[in-house]
Ligand binder design. Sequence first.
Ligand code: NAP
Length: 255
Amino acid sequence: MRILILGGTTEASELIEILAGDGRFRPTLSLAGRTTRRPSHEINTRVGGFGGEEGLAEWIASHGVDAVIDATHPFAVRISANARRATLRCGIPLCTVLRPAWQAGPGDLWTEVSDFEASVAALGQTPQRVFLTIGRQTISAFKAAPQHHYLIRSIEMPEAEDLPTNFELVAGDRSIDFARELDFLRSNRVDVIVSKNSGGAAIHGKIEAARCLSIPIIMISRPHKDSGFPAPTSKAAFAWLERIHGASSRSERGV
Ligand code: NAP
């Protein structure tokens, strides 16, 4: 089966590892090309946008794709909307890997907001040392609140014109544990954190460290993401693939 994996996440990388060497599937990984991250396993990879729903549908048809796995980030909503519509149009199955959102627990000081603009407003007027861990694409929203000092942690560096006046850049890492986060928050005298509710274990250390130090978090809730068959993990997506592979082999044999 020819599989298109829309990636850019840990789950997509995990799925590629699971599929490595499995002769039943011929996966192609698609990356938006926003980061320099490339898969560690040998896999057919294409980079860059398809040109909307239309372009994606054309790509699916011209490459004989049998199924799509949308393993993009919970905040990547445009590609998921395109994947949903393009797979419906082409009449092929879609599975969406969506890791569970983080939930506030005892001791967490969260203010949940619906979008980036609301997170800026929630910072208030009093100057604070703000730790931004929201990726580089939406940093520019914080130019509207120049009274704060921003510690910006991002894997890829933001564009200069997107940066607020008063900032420090901190190199990001895909996985930062509790002890390092604790040290970071303390040594940088962080007053408040702004985070997307990305979910996942790799960066949960900052949530635990904030709880430990009673640092409030302005948590940006997830946007609606169009989806196909829901899979909370890469393993669940693989189980789905095996099921549809089994069903298509049976129907080819006329069973
Ligand atoms: P988005 O707003 O949903 O997508 C914008 C456009 O980028 C899409 O319409 C599509 O262009 C292209 N695109 C996105 N993902 C693609 C993929 N895997 N392969 C080919 N084209 C893709 O997405 P985004 O928020 O900019 O995120 C871009 C990528 O970064 C995603 O793959 C996502 O998994 C990853 N990522 C995003 C975040 C986040 O917070 N948003 C965090 C970590 C990783 P066309 O319409 O031209 O096809």
